[in-house]
Design a protein around this ligand. Structure first.
Ligand SMILES: Cc1cc2nc3c(=O)[nH]c(=O)nc-3n(C[C@H](O)[C@H](O)[C@H](O)COP(=O)(O)OP(=O)(O)OC[C@H]3O[C@@H](n4cnc5c(N)ncnc54)[C@H](O)[C@@H]3O)c2cc1C
Length: 424
């Protein structure tokens, strides 16, 4: 019997199923939800950022220290292979700013449709509403799964049920329990690429405000570290779009920094963000700009002058923060006050007190330990016949198409390796 069972109809599972079928296996794809690919359909704000055109070393860097695990999978199936695959199936792709690769029509459900059509042509048996509850093991080898209370048998099983984020799409952490049941270690999971919660009411006052070019400095203080109780500090900077929420901050620049923030908060460290609203101007240039504005608009009230410097929503907050009366004339601004304004524009401090949960996290950090998975085949080293692919693994990357490429590439390898296992 060369039957391969695939658990999970996400990008990893669909790619694995198609590869296994292409190489001669009878494939059953078990999907918990009514339809496969629910997460793909909402990915990239409904446009699906499938991959990135970055070169291999840079691509790998976006996965942090676990990225090396992906070298072999990417050697076999990388970004250009993914483009060739989808274009070969009739879905045209386009590369945008930052190397981000999308369907040319910008429609994520087209990606799901393309994959489903491919699987249909390959006669993959897709079973929706099929939740796998257990892996069946006999004499230390996998023999199948228990699904909706019934056994389903196969020579090899590919575990691709995703992580724990956005559970409404079907990925609600089942994979960790299934993997742990056959002896896999699970690196503690935490929400990744997730909005953060800030102290005070600043974010609430600015809720809904979207800023495009903001500099963000992340400062992590290790209150417990250092000699004689002194504080150790870690700093890093990022630049990009930011969104104020009622509870705190979101937007690409925050999501990018969020994995470091979550880890620091979990380690009881103090986390602060410093926002720079004028990253393109150094102190001197900003001062010259403020002096010019004060001169040109000296007969206008302060609030009207500030509207030329920042979005309307920020004006009242700015006046309050630096203690200026809104109706005083701009020409009356003292050098001391201008200095305070200049400092505030480049140094808005926000203390981070927490982060949102898995329901709002784009990815899950942590997962099945990579030490127990062969990077050449995606085979489990704990259970012969079991293969793992996608977000269930302890792999996490920045936004930019890296996570989906990893799901497709690990799925590609797992599908082929599972067939080889069946033939041996
Ligand atoms: C809102 C959002 C936007 C995103 N945008 C992007 C983006 O633009 N680019 C990018 O690279 N990444 C993006 N990501 C991340 C990316 O979608 C995931 O990393 C990727 O989908 C993981 O693929 P996967 O196949 O491992 O798991 P999933 O896509 O989560 O699929 C797992 C599947 O397994 C099924 N399943 C779970 N448990 C069981 C079970 N017990 N039995 C049977 N089936 C089961 C689930 O129902 C699901 O269909 C986004 C994520 C979110 C939440």
């Amino acid at each position: 019997m060369n039957r391969v069972l695939v658990i999970g109809g996400g990008p990893a599972g669909m790619m694995a199923a198609g590869q296994a079928a292409t190489h001669g296996a009878e494939v059953v794809l078990l999907e918990k939800m009514q339809r496969p690919g629910k997460k793909i359909a909402i990915s990239g704000k409904g446009r699906c950022n499938l991959s990135n055109s970055a070169e291999l070393p840079e691509f790998i860097r976006h996965f942090g220290r676990n990225g090396r695990f992906l070298y072999q999978a990417f050697q076999h199936f990388f970004n250009q292979d993914l483009i060739d695959f989808f274009e070969g199936q009739g879905l045209k792709l386009a590369t945008e700013r930052g190397g981000r690769i999308f369907p040319a029509q910008g429609n994520a459900p087209d990606v799901v449709r393309t994959l489903r059509q491919w699987l249909e042509e390959l006669s993959v048996s897709l079973r929706p509403n099929s939740a796998v509850e257990k892996l069946l093991i006999d004499n230390g080898k996998i023999t199948g799964v228990l699904c909706n209370g019934h056994p389903v048998y196969g020579r090899a099983v590919i575990l691709a049920p995703g992580g724990a984020s956005y559970p409404a799409t079907g990925s609600s952490g089942d994979g960790y329990k299934l993997a742990a049941s056959v002896g896999h270690s699970i690196v503690p999971i935490r929400p990744g690429l997730v909005p953060v919660i800030t102290q005070g009411d600043l974010a609430q006052r600015l809720a809904g405000l979207h800023l495009r070019n903001v500099g963000v400095r992340l400062i992590i203080n290790d209150a417990t570290g250092g000699k004689k109780g002194s504080k150790r500090q870690k700093k890093c900077t990022a630049f990009g779009e930011l969104l104020f929420m009622k509870y705190g901050l979101s937007g690409p620049v925050i999501l990018t920094l969020s994995n470091q923030i979550v880890d620091a908060l979990q380690a009881d460290k103090q986390v602060q963000l410093i926002l720079d609203l004028k990253p393109a101007l150094d102190e001197q240039k900003l001062d010259a700009r403020l002096q010019r504005d004060v001169q040109n608009r000296h007969k206008e009230p302060m609030q009207s002058m500030l509207r030329g410097l920042m979005p309307e929503k920020l004006v009242q907050v700015c006046l309050d923060e630096i203690g200026l009366a809104p109706d005083r004339l701009a020409g009356e601004m003292r050098a001391k006050e201008r200095k305070r304004l200049r400092f505030w524009l480049k140094n808005i401090p926000l203390t981070i007190t927490g982060y949102r949960g898995f329901t709002e996290a784009i990815i899950t950090c942590g997962g099945v330990s990579l030490k127990e998975v062969d990077p050449r085949t995606m085979a489990s080293t704990c259970c012969p016949g079991l293969y793992l692919a996608g977000e269930v693994l302890d792999l996490q990357a920045d936004t930019g198409g890296y996570n989906l490429q990893a799901a497709f590439s690990t799925g590609w390898i797992a599908g082929r390796s599972a067939v080889e296992h069946c033939l041996n």
